[in-house]
Design a protein around this ligand. Structure first.
Ligand code: PLP
Length: 405
């Protein structure tokens, strides 16, 4: 059983295990590629066990004490309060490394993945362009249409994996985890949820019977934008663990001990940050919804959002992410961004400060309009990761930018 499991959520976040012989209060960074054996017998035992001797380390690609406990801590948060669930957590060098490993652990050449069209761009590219060349095909479906998903799986026995991102980037669309997990389980299909936008403080997909949770822990889990990391959490059964661990070992996209240390520092304040992120996001969403220049606001905390009810049922809050559509299209989007003086113009999310991005004129400027609009990236769409500043400062900056359009 995971050593963190017995305490409350906040306690798991802040309390670290002792991982060295000196009882360091803050677990040290094991900045070493290799570990020496005490003697030949110790080395012999280690290799005979296939490298699985608990507490024995040999080479940091195969395991590192700093990296290991942070993965276990995040796994405990994802499994928090769920009866009889034992999970492992493995840290990776990025969210994409974690997502790739989780997908590869579940499909092989000839298999198919079913997923939504509005995925994070690089996940989409991985599935559609990259994995296609290795014989893995991706089918898009409206994951809100449970009957369609069920029929699609029944009618195509090659579908082995259902990949879900909820809330989704950038429209904040939510998908019914309970309903989708039930269909998948019934039909023997594995499920992965990208929980980056919500974090385990707000949403725990394992509650609904999901098989794997992945994160870009670069985002809310780290919380300060100090390191690129990812995590895969799955049921702690030898066949499942060995598959993900084996992929990590062979592809080698391990998390660095320093990045794991930074991630752990961020996780300590996850609950209080998420509370403040969503409090500020709600206030900003309300301001935006009342402004003449704004066509539509995508924030799950607004009753008008089409997924507000579903979010209330499967999440304990609404997170700090929102997006909104400006009436004036591309020009309005660019003018708005030029008017932002206090918040930060950047495409990432989940840091302590407020981040604003206009995808159509930046990250997606080379993607044809029809193609990006399919995924909700319209000309006037602004995405915002609402930070922890004084709300008056955020509101003033946004009001100024909106009034200058
Ligand atoms: C929802 C989501 N998943 C995955 C990723 C990829 O994570 P990383 O950049 O850490 O590889 C991102 C990055 O923005 C994301 O927003």
């Amino acid at each position: 059983m995971n050593k963190f499991s017995k305490k409350g959520f906040h306690s798991i976040c802040v309390k670290d295990p002792v991982i060295d012989g000196l009882s360091a209060h803050v677990p040290p960074i094991y900045a070493t590629s290799t570990f020496a054996y005490d003697n030949l017998e110790a080395a012999f035992d280690f290799f005979k066990s296939g490298g699985k001797t608990e507490g024995v380390y040999t080479y940091s690609r195969l395991g590192n004490p700093t990296v290991k406990f942070v993965g276990e801590k995040i796994a405990a948060l994802e499994a928090y309060g769920i009866e009889n669930l034992d999970v492992f957590g493995l840290l990776f060098s990025s969210g994409m490394a974690a997502i790739s490993a989780a997908i590869l652990a579940n499909v092989k050449a000839g298999d198919k993945v079913i997923t939504q069209g509005n995925l994070y761009g690089t996940t989409n590219e991985l599935l559609v362009s990259f994995l296609k060349d290795y014989g893995i095909e991706t089918i898009y479906a409206d994951l809100k249409d449970l009957n369609f998903v069920e029929d699609a799986i029944i009618n195509d026995e090659k579908i082995k994996l259902l990949y879900i991102e909820t809330p989704a980037n950038p429209t904040l669309a939510c998908y019914d985890l309970d309903g989708l997990a039930a269909i998948a389980q019934n039909l023997g299909v594995k499920t992965i949820v990208d929980n980056t936008f919500a974090s385990p403080y707000i949403q725990q997909p394992f509650k609904y019977g999901i098989d794997f949770v992945v994160h870009s822990s670069t985002k809310f889990l780290n919380g300060h934008g100090t390191a690129t990391t990812g995590v895969v959490i799955g049921k702690n059964e030898p066949a499942i663990y060995n598959r993900v661990y084996g992929i990590q070992k062979m592809l080698g996209a391990v998390c660095s001990p320093f990045d794991a240390y930074l991630l752990n520092n961020g996780v300590k304040t996850l609950p209080i940050r998420m509370e403040q992120h969503q409090k500020n996001a709600q206030a900003l969403a309300e301001l935006l919804a009342s402004h003449d220049a704004v066509q539509r606001v995508n924030y799950l905390g607004l009753k008008e959002h089409e997924d507000h009810q579903l979010a209330k049922e499967q999440m304990s809050g609404f997170s700090g992410m929102l997006s909104f559509e400006l009436k004036g299209g591309m020009q309005a989007g660019m003018n708005f961004m030029r008017g932002i003086q206090f918040c930060t113009l950047t495409a990432t999310l989940g840091t302590a400060d407020t981040l604003v991005t206009h995808s159509a004129s930046t990250s997606h400027v080379n993607v044809p309009k029809e193609q990006r609009e399919q995924y909700g990236i319209t000309d006037g769409l602004i995405r915002c990761s609402v930070g922890l500043e004084n709300i008056e400062d955020i509101l003033e900056d946004f009001s100024h930018a909106l009034n200058g359009i």
